[in-house]
Write a protein that binds this ligand. Sequence first.
Ligand SMILES: *Cc1c(COP(=O)(O)O)cnc(C)c1O
Length: 365
Amino acid sequence: MKREEVFNFSAGPSVLPTEVLEIAGRDILNYNGSGMSVMEMSHRSKVYLEIFESTKSKMKSVLSVPESHEVLFLQGGASLQFSMIPMNLMSELGKGKADYAVTGNFATVATKEAKKYGTINIAASSEDKNHTYIPAQSELKLSSDADYFYYCANNTIYGTEWQYIPETGSVPICCDMSSNILSKPVDVSKYGIIFAGAQKNMAPAGLTVVIIDKSLAGKEMPCTPLVMSYKTMIENDSMYNTPPCWNIYILGLVLDWLEKQGGVKGMEQIKTAKAALLYDYLDGSALFKACAEKGSRSDMNVTFRTGDEAKDEEFCKGATKLGLTNLKGHRKVGGMRASIYNAMPIEGVNKLVEFMKEFEVANRV
Ligand SMILES: *Cc1c(COP(=O)(O)O)cnc(C)c1O
């Protein structure tokens, strides 16, 4: 199939803007007259440092990151943050305490990981309804003496998204924004730590962006590996060891593209329109049903099903034939999942809805 014939709804790694790949392709053998690829240059060279600094400053500017916070470009995926956070924010092994909201798979994994380091209080869980909703502020059981509060802003597998920033008093908030970062403006000052694996909405897999309130660094457990210490990474501008150079370069190109779409404000309008197309259709459909409850639905990962596994499979097969790929839901949920990250054009969503309508007519009971 040709790229133009495919709309890729993959949950991650996910579609990147074609324009970005074209630029990267054009420059792959010779970046900006340097005679080499970005993959081949020293991370301490002048030419690379320019890429690094400009990407970092674009990241700060697009999310209006305040002076109090630093942007880090790390490795280890979003998953490594599941242990970096407790190791850095609880100062003594076994003595720390944190509150976790368990609203899906990745928050569950993060909770398990954190339990290795300290006492974890489950502030809320949506497991009773198979993670189809987000708990309300009034349902959060918070501890005023917690080292931090943790939640996952967008649950990639279940298709739910927090519609509010939890109020935690003076307890710092740590948030996994892997699958909705850069999809809308965010008040960074309300967070202690925001982190995101790049492969959903930013760049290829292998880069994790961390935005951290610098006052939280430097209290890590003595056993914390140096590359897992926020303090080490802040002091060395993410270059204590070799950073994921190529991915940072691609992120810079994605941020240029994002700016042309109107930044995160522009992105918010676009993603709201794209998600509304799908949810409006789903809510009126006699065949398909949205999995997530109204008021908790994700604008990035839209989960839905027919209720009949064979039909779901038939739907995914038919969609793939039309170039609507990777719509199969995660095995934990079944059904379908349309991941409609920033780089998914609205045309892709329109084409998907058209096919859903056709499929519904053909399968009318
Ligand atoms: C994909 C994803 C992860 C896991 O990311 P890795 O980079 O594979 O470790 C964690 N949290 C969320 C919300 C995700 O979507």
